[in-house]
Ligand binder design. Structure first.
Ligand code: SAH
Length: 251
């Protein structure tokens, strides 16, 4: 039992050995290596910093966040969790990366916010709190898990009837390959090489099908435009690179 307040997670769930966790250990290790610089707006998480206000506004335009219970699945260092908490939500942030959850907890000392961060899989959160959340957010995670359909089913299980699901990911297009892999990883060297695997990107129609099969109703798909030079981000009709979507669980 750890007694020092280092921000290290307690009751850690070990991803390895848990066959139901739907996780690749290499992915967790890759994000762990970025953890200490997660809150540096000029570090490797820079695109997430720049996109964060846009996706937070997308969510706030659909859900009254004041007092809402929100799950942030694959929360990383907590950029979205903190933004939603500032907007009045009661946020539970889960991630299987112990390092990133440690950083997310540490940052609460700086922001003076309160977020319930846990090292927990989507399956375990769904089992612990079925129909527990008014909204569930899962940003930039699905392209990193071995079984995307299982992840979507977990997210559906967590939602209260009438609840909102928000997801964002990269489209599987030449444009996304150019921007997210060639551009960000090779030309601008913003992201470490190997951050993304093209074959795991999902087209909106494919993600839409996974949502439908899980019993969710797609409400909107919007593109997220991003200019890495001036660091501006905006919602757009062009979904060819990064997109965000909303879906509802029927009442
Ligand atoms: N959602 C955050 C972080 C995205 S980075 C944001 O958009 O700001 C992807 C995150 O997913 C990393 O923190 C990584 O540790 C986590 N991750 C990768 N595979 C996972 C899995 N199978 N289950 C839970 N988290 C996972």
């Amino acid at each position: 039992m750890q007694t020092t307040n280092t921000g290290s997670p307690q009751n850690s769930t070990q991803p390895r050995g848990d066959a139901s966790a739907n996780v690749s250990p290499e992915e967790i290790a890759r994000f762990a290596s970025l953890a200490s610089r997660w809150w540096d707006p000029d570090g490797e998480s820079r695109p997430l910093h720049d996109l964060n206000p846009v996706r937070a506004a997308y969510i706030a335009a659909r859900v009254d966040l004041r007092g809402a219970r929100v799950a942030d699945v694959g929360c990383g260092g907590g950029l979205l969790s903190e933004a939603l908490t500032r907007a009045g939500a009661r946020v539970t942030g889960v991630d299987l990366g112990e390092k990133v959850i440690g950083i997310a907890k540490l940052h609460l000392h700086e922001s003076n916010l309160s977020v319930d961060y846990r090292v927990q899989s989507s399956a375990d959160l769904a089992a612990a709190e079925p129909e527990g959340f008014d909204a569930v957010c899962c940003m930039e995670l699905i392209e990193h898990v071995p079984d995307p359909a299982a992840l979507v089913r977990d997210l559906e299980t967590m939602l209260k009837p009438g609840g909102w699901l928000f997801m964002s990911t990269l489209n599987r297009t030449l444009a996304a390959f150019g921007a997210a892999i060639l551009g960000a990883e090779y030309v601008m060297r913003m992201l470490p090489r190997g951050t993304h695997h093209y074959a795991q990107f999902l087209k909106p129609s494919e993600l839409g099908r996974l949502l439908r099969h899980a019993g969710l109703e797609l409400e909107d798909v919007s593109g997220m435009g991003y200019n890495p030079i001036n660091r501006k981000a905006w919602l757009s009709r062009i979904t060819a690179v990064n997109y965000v979507l909303s879906a509802r669980k029927p009442t």
